[in-house]
Design a protein around this ligand. Structure first.
Ligand code: FEO
Length: 397
């Protein structure tokens, strides 16, 4: 016997969480797991919105059986075809052969690429503003290409004013009994993970998110049901405001973070002294991150959060310290913009890292590179301190 929670009297949460997965997309550390959300509407017609990842398939089907309570399944709406939400489409057809699968043109074309199965089923291809009548519930579809893939759409329940928002407004972390945001503590640590999810997964596609946010403003939303993380049935204004900032690549805080690579602690000691000097000038909430130890996904999230960044590392193979280079390439891929960035390089017989870092930064939009960069000759000296003081002046002026 399964327990499924109700989202509304006739809408069930039938998703599941994976607590064992170490790396989401085999890339991003998820200490607290991840949830794959799915929803089932019981009306004159029954309808599932998105499926789940293979890893939690059996739980999903138990939940679905429980929600249907002996009824057949009439519709499956595919909002997003990425496998963490679409892995069970074929199995749905096998278990519920009368089901009609609701795609849009792009998702149907993509589905063919994900399966070589000769399985056939009725389809309904929808476009923007089409309405699917389930009886009491009327679902309409809003295309949201590139939030996160080109085929993405979101579904709006005109009856209960629910936005089934696909990856938008998702976050890392399992759901642990409490499926609603108002049943859990929404504090800085929640937003840290939501930001890490957004910036690394959807961060590149800010302009597409802006288009969706503008469309969302034209409808009355009383509840947001994302594909990962908790359901929002109130107080989601702050989350939407953060999405607006993130997708416009605007900082949330005027804070300074220092990200350093250091082979023998020499660069680290300089960064530590820079942090002391900044603190002496009254700068609060300074954060120091070791690029070799902190996973790049956390660094990207922090880079999106703050306005001011210091990047420091030694020369390596005539160029940039490799872990710092990886971070810069990720910043480039995710369209990081609108930052003040200072560069510190360290060299013993050559100085190339600083120039090469600035070359990469120059390809980003609206990056103010603080002119007085620091060049450390192997270890910190009086001349280094003088350079650090000039750098501090640039930040506080
Ligand atoms: Fe959660 Fe883009 O898939």
């Amino acid at each position: 016997m399964k327990i499924v929670r109700k989202v509304k009297p006739d809408i069930y949460y039938i998703g599941a969480s994976d607590m064992r997965l170490a790396l989401f997309e085999n890339l991003f550390p998820i200490e607290k797991g991840v949830s794959y959300n799915s929803y089932c509407i019981i009306d004159s017609k029954t309808c599932v919105l998105d499926t789940v990842d293979h890893s939690v398939e059996e739980v999903f089907f138990s939940n679905l059986k429980c929600a249907l309570n002996g009824r057949d399944l009439d519709y499956l709406v595919v909002n997003h075809l990425e496998p963490d939400h679409s892995s069970c489409i074929n199995e749905i057809v096998l278990r519920y052969p009368n089901v009609t699968i609701v795609f849009n043109e792009k998702s149907y074309a993509m589905y063919q690429k994900f399966t070589d199965c000769s399985i056939s089923f009725p389809t309904l291809i929808v476009k923007e503003n089409d309405v699917l009548d389930l009886g009491n519930h009327k679902l309409t579809f809003i295309m949201a290409p590139m939030v996160h893939w080109p085929e993405v759409m979101v579904t709006y329940d005109l009856t209960d004013k629910i936005l089934f928002s696909a990856d938008a407004f998702g976050t890392f972390g399992s759901l642990t009994g409490n499926i609603f945001a108002d049943e859990m503590k929404i504090d800085d640590s929640f937003y840290d993970e939501a930001r890490r999810y957004y910036t690394n997964i959807v961060g590149k596609f800010g302009s597409a998110v802006q288009v969706l946010l503008k469309k969302a403003k034209t409808i009355n939303i009383e509840m947001i049901c994302p594909l990962h993380g908790p359901i929002w049935r109130n107080n989601f204004t702050e989350f939407i405001s953060k999405y607006d900032l993130w997708s416009r690549y605007e900082a949330e805080d005027n804070d300074i973070i220092i990200i350093y690579g250091s082979m023998y602690n020499n660069t680290y000691h300089v960064c530590e002294d820079l942090a002391y000097l900044l603190a002496e000038e009254g700068i609060k909430n300074i954060k120091l991150y070791d690029v070799s130890k902190v996973d790049v996904s956390y660094l990207i999230a922090e880079i999106f959060r703050v306005k001011n960044i210091v990047l420091a590392c030694p020369n390596y193979n005539g160029g940039i310290y490799p872990k710092m280079h990886d971070l810069l390439i990720d910043m480039q891929a995710l369209n990081v913009s609108n930052k003040n960035i200072a560069v510190i390089e360290n060299g013993t017989w050559a100085f190339m890292a600083g120039k090469k870092i600035k070359d990469i930064l120059s390809s980003l939009k609206n990056i103010h590179i603080i002119a007085e960069s620091v060049s450390i000759e192997t270890t910190e000296k009086q001349s280094t301190l003088e350079q650090l003081k000039q750098l501090v002046n640039q930040f506080i002026k």
